[in-house]
Design a binder for this molecule. Structure first.
Ligand code: G3H
Length: 299
């Protein structure tokens, strides 16, 4: 029987104040940032990265070069590898053929990323094909227009259909928080996505003017904890879009640590979607470990 998301949403207190969220974020970052800025945490953040290339100019050669760099990743600091490489569906076969690094997953956006403006059958087929070609993780976007018009059942059903199409692959659901505007919308979309079966909720596509913010991260991680307490199921968190420096990463880490706790702080339950964060983390780790200021360009 079809689940009624309007009834489900009634069982949550959806009220949340933007001003309060902003103040709480400031308190957490002011209190914890400095003590969390350690080599150990920078390395851990590196291991959370979904190393991403999502450009219309991407080629199989570029996807292969990402795979080669990850396969050959070597360092002097006992560093873990990244969590995944994230590409458009068309590049999945290339990663499937070339990515050999142990434990590194293949992530593919699908569901007509980044607009999600198509028929649900097309979205589901894209999910299914990407999985058949070798994707372990699928990143889709909610129907933002439908959500903003209040068609929550449509948004919910579409996620559930795409979840089914993913089979055993993990489904990450992007809320596109910059377009949802209010804390209340972000909270509602978080709950809706988790109730529809999301394995992860993700902030942004990286393709809109406002991408991942600490405030969105605060609201989403708080919703994840609440959903866990209610449903007994852990859901992962992935901030993405515009996270490019070690400072950014540690600020998001502070929010996750505060709201989710240690059990989530590993790449099974936390990821960072980023196209240019890896080199910044490596440069900073090199500096803290050796005292030498040298830009590392590995990826
Ligand atoms: O999902 C990941 C994002 O598209 C990456 O965004 P970015 O290029 O701003 O790091």
């Amino acid at each position: 029987m079809e689940r009624d998301i309007l009834e489900i949403l009634k069982s949550y207190d959806l009220k949340i104040s933007d001003a309060e969220v902003k103040a709480n974020v400031k308190t957490i970052v002011d209190r914890d940032y400095k003590s969390l800025y350690t080599v150990e945490n920078l390395k851990k953040n590196f291991s959370l990265i979904d190393l991403t290339t999502l450009n219309s100019t991407d080629t199989h050669a570029k996807a292969k070069s990402f795979a080669d760099n990850v396969n050959n990743f070597q360092n002097d600091f006992d560093m873990p590898n990244v969590a995944a490489i994230c590409v458009y569906p068309y590049q999945v076969p290339t990663l499937n053929e070339n990515l050999k690094a142990e434990g590194v997953r293949i992530a593919s956006v699908a569901g007509v990323f980044p607009s999600s403006q198509s028929y649900v059958e097309v979205k589901a087929l894209e999910c299914k094909m990407a999985v058949e070609k070798g994707a372990n993780d699928i990143d889709i976007v909610i129907s933002i227009g439908a959500f903003l018009e209040g068609h929550y059942q449509t948004v919910f059903d579409e996620i559930a259909i795409q979840k089914e199409a993913c089979g055993d692959a993990h489904l990450k659901v992007i809320l596109e928080t910059g377009e949802l505007k209010t804390a209340e919308n972000i909270r509602k979309a978080s709950i809706l996505a988790m109730e529809a079966g999301a394995d992860f909720i993700k902030t942004s596509t990286g393709k809109v003017p406002v991408n991942a913010t600490l405030e969105a991260a605060y609201i989403m991680t708080q919703a994840i904890t609440e959903y866990y307490e209610k449903a007994g199921r852990m859901v992962g968190f992935k901030p993405a879009g515009g996270i490019s420096t070690a400072k950014d990463a540690i600020e998001f880490y502070a929010i996750s640590k505060n709201n989710l706790g240690e059990a989530w702080l590993n790449n099974k339950w936390s990821r960072i979607g980023a196209s240019s964060l890896a080199n910044s983390l490596l440069t900073e780790i090199h500096k803290l470990e050796t005292g030498e200021e040298k830009e590392i360009k590995y990826f």
